[in-house]
Design a binder for this molecule. Structure first.
Ligand code: ADP
Ligand SMILES: N[C@@H](CCOP(=O)(O)O)C(=O)O
Length: 311
């Protein structure tokens, strides 16, 4: 990286699972975490977002810790950065804020140490930190991702040009992913595993063949996590029914919740979002599009004020 220039790192939000694709499916969404970074004497994070300024700062900041950890893994020492941090991704709501922060930390280490990481390298590093590849994969690649993390290896495919959109119902309450994972069973019987994985397989086939009715049916039939998490999210069923009545082909818990995500064919989301906002004025309702770019790093030239895409 050049000494006097600053850089912009932009990472999309993500929704994981889409119902039965537990820990293996993710979708990148057009809400962004952005970092404007320049080399500095010490780590310093500042933001206009109250949620972000309440987080530990300096070298205790989660993103600094991820970046330093990655540099160390490659035998390098990362020079600190001054970071202007902004985010449209609410924390602990099931829209992949922690995954986007991990991806940002990896991009920062790559930039600061000139590691030359490929997307595959970033995916493995991020998956090892997050524990599952669904959110981080979507944030790195963009689009709809389907991945498998086994024996220290991640295989993943990413799909683009998907003719659907999403409406999210974000409640005020937070739910940490860790707490929402604690209610899940430790093991499944063979017959439960067959039901759960066949539902996930058919969801992928239905989405890719644009069979929306079947995709929605499979989202509802998830056996991996939603039945156990529903008690933590009392409004889930109600939102699901309202969404169905107003044109959604499917509804799922976004990641570990508590956000509920509703899917419609392209062009039908606006009406759904208006109706949901009327029914649930206490929640934030947003119509979102799929992000197809994944994480980006741009150089910001000091004198020309021109941005140049690096990654
Ligand atoms: N931009 C960020 N900077 C620092 N830490 C973050 C950031 N985004 C998320 N985190 C950390 O991740 C936690 C939320 O992670 P998690 O429970 O997995 O929820 P989510 O569904 O939003 O990923 C936050 O409470 C915070 O500790
Ligand atoms: N597969 C994970 C996804 C967690 O997503 P998040 O956005 O809630 O962090 C899970 O379901 O636990």
């Amino acid at each position: 990286m050049s000494k006097n220039n600053s850089y912009l790192i932009k990472v999309p939000a993500s929704t994981a699972n889409l119902g039965p694709g537990f820990d293996s499916m993710g979708l990148a969404l057009n809400l962004y975490l952005t970092l404007e970074v320049e080399k500095s004497e010490r780590w310093e994070f500042y933001s206009s977002n109250q949620e972000l300024t309440n987080l530990p700062n300096g070298n205790q900041h989660f993103i600094a810790q991820v970046a330093e950890g990655v540099a160390k893994k490659y035998g390098k020492v990362l020079t600190p950065f001054k970071v202007k941090l902004e985010s449209e991704i609410p924390l602990a709501r099931g829209l992949g804020s922690s995954a986007s922060a991990i991806v940002a930390g990896i991009e920062l280490a790559d930039l600061g140490c000139g590691l030359g990481l490929t997307k595959e390298d970033k995916l493995l590093l991020a998956t090892e930190l997050e524990g599952h590849p669904d959110n981080v994969g979507a944030s790195i690649y963009g689009g709809l991702v389907v991945g498998c993390y086994q024996q220290n290896e991640v295989d993943m495919l990413s799909f683009t040009n998907l003719p659907f959109e999403a409406v999210v119902a974000i409640p005020k309450e937070t739910l940490l992913t860790k707490d929402s994972r604690d209610v899940l069973p430790a093991a499944f019987s063979r017959s439960e595993a067959i039901q759960a994985s066949s539902t996930a397989n058919l969801l992928v086939a239905a989405l890719l063949s644009e069979n929306w009715g079947l995709a929605g049916k499979m989202m509802e039939k998830d056996r991996f996590h939603q039945p156990y998490r529903r008690p933590l999210i009392p409004f889930y069923q109600d939102v699901e029914q309202t969404a169905k009545k107003n044109g959604a082909f499917g509804t799922a818990l976004s990641g570990a919740g508590p956000t509920v995500i509703c899917f419609t064919e392209k062009g039908k989301g606006r009406k759904l979002s208006q109706n949901l906002q009327q029914s649930y004025p206490e929640m934030t309702i947003k119509l979102l599009q799929i992000d197809y770019d994944g994480s980006l790093v741009e150089e910001y030239e000091e004198y020309s004020n021109q941005r140049k895409k690096l990654v």
